[in-house]
Design a protein around this ligand. Structure first.
Ligand code: AMP
Ligand code: MG
Length: 287
């Protein structure tokens, strides 16, 4: 098994219930995976430095998952390796009233990475075809009847997202989408831990249990979102999330993959600059 078994780029349909949520079936060795992850993180750090110096492309990493799938710890461990000046992390919460008074991509656009930079979205505009779809939240939003009553409301959103991501690609921004695929049993285990361990209490809210009751609706919404928006240039990775050490490895592979594909280089100095550098060097040495 390798990352490509978890990659969806529009060729094959995702059947979420048939996907691995753990490391076991892949027959991997934990020590080996930990070593590989370290190596990947070093490579990511080096390539991120070049991406910044090169300044021509940007990378947007989108993390989506059910509660307790490990989004926060993935951000910490995988992105902790890169220079904080080169990456911006944005967490998308319930939209504010100002955000709701705009189209749903508005707040995401404001957070897009500048060229040379990476951005990580902890949740994203995908919430607008996930939580919004599961609870039909759009019904409470101020929008014209022709929009709200359209039976293709979500179909149109998928199309808008596909076009938006294509637009980004065509403008030098790569989009990589990651779904941390947690099992229902493992979520229960992690929720119980959040309740039992005092230091983790703050992470738990009763609302999390309410959302858990909609598990199957969420799985359907995720499956549809992946199948409708996975494309060659902005693929989805549906990554097993029951063991964090394995999740981190696969996420590091996905991030490394896009950076290697970009293949950034330190800019070459034009000859006149090289001569200037030489002059400066002589001046310093003769001080
Ligand atoms: P957390 O990531 O645990 O801090 O929770 C953030 C909450 O904001 C989650 O319950 C999300 O479902 C919710 N959220 C994020 N984006 C949206 C959105 N566009 N519409 C409604 N709820 C959202
Ligand atoms: Mg939460």
């Amino acid at each position: 098994m390798s990352l490509k078994d978890y990659r969806f780029d529009g060729e094959e349909k995702l059947e979420l219930r048939g996907m691995n949520t753990g490391a076991k079936k892949d027959g991997v060795d934990k020590e080996d995976i930990l070593r590989r992850t370290e190596k990947n993180l070093g490579r990511i750090e080096a390539l991120q430095d070049k991406l910044y110096a090169d300044g021509r492309e940007s990378v947007l990493i989108i993390l989506q998952a059910m509660d307790a799938a490990g989004k926060d710890s993935t951000v910490k461990h995988v992105m902790g390796c890169v220079n904080p000046q080169g990456i911006d992390v944005h967490s998308f919460k319930q939209p504010t009233s100002e955000e709701l008074s705009h189209d749903y991509l508005w707040r995401a656009m404001k957070a897009l990475p500048a060229r040379g930079k990476m951005a990580l979205f902890n949740r994203s505009y995908y919430e607008d075809v996930l939580v919004v779809k599961v609870h039909a939240l759009q019904k409470n939003y101020k929008m014209p009847a022709r929009v709200l009553e359209d039976p293709d409301f979500f179909k149109k959103r998928y199309r808008q997202i596909r076009h938006f991501e294509e637009y980004l690609y065509e403008n030098g921004c790569r989009v990589v989408k990651i779904f941390l695929n947690l099992s229902r049993e493992k979520q229960k285990e992690r929720f119980l831990e959040r309740i039992q361990v005092e230091a983790k209490n703050w992470k738990f809210s009763q609302a999390d249990i309410r959302e858990r009751a909609y598990w199957n609706d969420y799985m359907d919404a995720y499956e549809a979102a992946v199948n409708e928006t996975a494309t060659r240039h902005s693929p989805w990775y549906v990554i097993p999330a029951d063991q964090k050490w394995y999740t981190r490895y696969l996420v590091s592979e996905a991030v490394l993959g896009v950076l290697e594909d970009i293949d950034p280089h330190y800019p070459k100095l034009p000859p006149e600059h090289a001569a200037e550098l030489q002059e400066c060097r002589e001046a310093l040495e003769n001080e």
